[in-house]
Ligand binder design. Sequence first.
Ligand SMILES: NC(=O)c1ccc[n+]([C@@H]2O[C@H](COP(=O)([O-])OP(=O)(O)OC[C@H]3O[C@@H](n4cnc5c(N)ncnc54)[C@H](OP(=O)(O)O)[C@@H]3O)[C@@H](O)[C@H]2O)c1
Length: 339
Amino acid sequence: MPKIFLTGATGYIGGAVLTRLLERPFDITILVRSAAKASLFNETFGKKHSLKAVVGSYSDLKLLRELAGEADVVFACADADDLAAAKAILSGMRDKYSETGVAPTLIHTSGTGVLGDDADGMHASPSIYSDMNIEQLETLSPDQPHRNVDLVLVEADSQGYVKTYIILPSTIYGFASGPLVESGLQNWRSQQIPRLVDVSLQRGQGGMVGKGKNWWGNVHIDDVAELYLAILDLLSKASPPPDFAHGRAGFYFAENGEHTLYSVGEAISKVLSGMGKGSSTPTTFSDKEVRLYFPGGTSLGSNSRCRAERGYKVGWRPSRKTQDMLSSVRGEVDASLSR
Ligand SMILES: NC(=O)c1ccc[n+]([C@@H]2O[C@H](COP(=O)([O-])OP(=O)(O)OC[C@H]3O[C@@H](n4cnc5c(N)ncnc54)[C@H](OP(=O)(O)O)[C@@H]3O)[C@@H](O)[C@H]2O)c1
């Protein structure tokens, strides 16, 4: 059984992955920022599941290196963009390799935001990226979101001391569930759709960037978590499928359908108008609204189109589709209202 180190345990993605790891007899260490949550993890899941929560953050680079250096498999689910943290994790994994002569595995969380363009909701892009087309992925600028970290991982893999698998989720939707959520330890909601719902509730009308003509992939949180576990399972297979790649080719999109921003804005608008708020047709966010509601700028209006072909080739079978994402909007509105 591999020794596992996981970051982001209290998060939407990391918690969903950890929930599944806890169903198996692994020796797991997690990094948790909140001391209170770390204690609760240790009390509730520590002994029964061989889980150890250590208090710390991605700023504690020495600790990060140490914990990564003790693991056979690291799941990095905290922050796709923290380059210093990624380098500290890699340093730990290099230490592990020096000690054992066996390259440990890093399963890292990136995102399909790396594919984003500047459409601002005004047009659909014809560019659809496949994770089986490495040459196409390598046309991406190093300045694209997440890409600087992903490239450092690929370079580390090429040096032979670590095997890197990079998972790139698209728009994740659905409520995370399980014992971590029930214990109040895990964030159970995603980011993009809940944010759109919150903004729509505040302005009393479903909205979109530009004309909402841009496309993004979507994937349910349970299907995303299953992709991490599918990769973990393949690590111990004597003859994994030929497309089970790491390093340069080890990119795995998580997607099972795509949608326009308009369709999400419309789904939100229909729910809200049924409650007497606004019309059932989404309206464009004004410049003032974009500045107010999305102060760091928004990638909501970009195109991020991809096909998760590698995961499929190695046995991942996501089950929920775009219609499930659109149907999930009603629950998101209820969740925002009851918060
Ligand atoms: N949700 C999506 O649709 C989606 C899609 C593609 C990519 N991603 C990327 O995946 C990553 C995780 O997303 P998520 O949706 O799971 O977010 P989330 O629910 O906010 O979870 C983030 C997790 O990382 C931890 N964390 C954040 N910063 C940290 C730091 N500096 N040191 C240690 N731990 C830290 C958080 O701990 P606390 O509980 O202490 O805050 C939490 O456990 C993000 O980088 C996100 O951009 C998300």
